[in-house]
Design a protein around this ligand. Structure first.
Ligand code: FE2
Length: 394
């Protein structure tokens, strides 16, 4: 594979560490934010994660415009419009998003409306629709998974058509991502596992895809190494702030990687399983990753072999013959999947999810081959081939 050209862009300032929250007032002031609106969801509020953020602002006498805490898991244009109204009525001048994928995507979409004006969010969905910098946007991820804090995309459901509408622009990149281990300490084991497997899949797929480049490769490898080192520690010691921070950094690095080099067939299938069965995204990633790697090995053998080093460490890598490293890397991922089942109950197969019906596999396969992520997979896949992978994962 040779490419004559690539781009790499990551403009998000990362503020990370065990005292990152306390640094927020300085970052807000440096972007001219005097009255931020907090956007979050009920789950985040119920585990007490908004309070430490508020405290860090109160100490520095930063007034809060308000807290919108009702972002649903599957956010929509109506939710975005309602929050934009709250932003305007409270004279907010910036957004602090505290949450996972839905809160982050919603906040990006709200920022479009409050920066550009009006309530017609769909007018900004096409390529090139955003042409200038938006208002200051701060993201505090509460899972170590999606990497949305550093990506240029958001997906919002249109309440009129029911369609999921993608938004993509460099102007959607947040200004600041705050990675503080206090934000992920309360995450239950199975959600920790599922979201980290999403991050691992971002790192692996961006390393193997058609859009890979040397800079995103470095982020992918660093993310995989950190997950391999810190996921077992986090599951054994959920309150280990150092390991939690390392996983948040890994998810962020994987986000930088796939924001530039995209994802592939695991995501094409995972998006479709999620759309049809509402299975959690990270669970779909964990189940499909090894099967898709086995499918991709014919074109990606050397790159999968390279991943054995960050996946298993130097000792295993050096003790494995060069022609066995790809299959060993896949074996390591399967072992991780099985360990996560033992430790957290994370499903190993589609039938174990309890959400997927075998009669849905054909619809999932049909939808998968139309998913845009397939374009970045080095090996193309037909309906029959995807159905074969789904049956193997059943
Ligand atoms: Fe993902």
């Amino acid at each position: 594979m040779s490419r004559s050209y690539y781009e790499f862009h990551s403009s998000v300032k990362i503020v990370a560490g065990t005292e990152a929250l306390e640094h927020m007032p300085y970052e807000l002031a440096s972007l001219g934010v005097k009255k931020p609106l907090i956007i979050t969801d009920a789950g985040v509020v119920s585990v007490g994660l908004v309070e430490p953020v508020k405290r860090s602002l109160v100490v520095s006498e930063v007034p809060i415009a308000g807290v919108y805490s009702d972002v649903p898991p599957d956010s929509s244009t109506t939710v975005v419009t309602n929050i934009a109204k709250m932003y305007r009525e409270s004279s907010a001048d910036g957004i602090i998003a505290i949450g996972g994928g839905s809160v982050i995507d919603t906040s990006k979409a709200v920022n479009i409306l409050v920066s550009e004006g009006g309530d017609d969010l769909l007018a900004y969905s096409g390529a090139g629709a955003l042409t200038r910098r938006l208002n200051p946007l701060f993201i505090l991820p509460t899972t170590a998974g999606t990497g949305s804090e550093v990506t240029r995309v958001a997906v919002i459901r249109d309440d009129v058509s029911g369609r999921k509408v993608p938004f993509a622009s460099a102007f959607l990149m947040p200004d600041v991502a705050v990675l503080d281990p206090r934000m992920t300490l309360t995450l239950p084991p199975h959600i920790t596992a599922a979201t980290v497997m999403d991050a691992l899949t971002h790192a692996v797929e961006s390393f193997l895809g058609t859009a890979k480049n040397p800079i995103s490769d470095a982020y992918s490898v660093a993310a995989i190494k950190s997950i391999q080192e810190n996921l077992p520690v986090t599951l054994a010691e959920p309150n280990n702030a150092h390991a939690r921070l390392k996983l948040a950094e890994a998810a962020c690095m994987a986000g930088v990687a796939f924001s530039n080099s995209m994802v592939g067939l695991v995501h094409a299938i995972g998006h479709s399983i999620g759309a049809i069965t509402h299975s959690p995204h990270g669970v779909c990633m964990s189940i499909m990753l090894p099967y898709v790697l086995e499918y991709n090995v014919k074109e990606c053998n050397d790159n999968i072999a390279e991943l054995l080093l960050p996946l298993a460490g130097s000792e295993v890598y050096s003790q494995t013959a060069a022609d066995q490293r790809a299959s060993k890397a896949i074996e390591v991922i399967k072992t991780l999947r099985d360990e996560l089942f033992e430790k957290t109950g994370l499903a190993r197969t589609l039938s174990e999810t309890g959400k997927v019906d075998e009669t849905q596999l054909e619809d999932i396969a049909r939808m998968s081959i139309d998913d845009g992520a397939l374009l970045y997979n080095r090996v193309d896949a037909s309906y029959e081939q995807v159905l074969g992978l789904l049956k193997a994962a059943w």
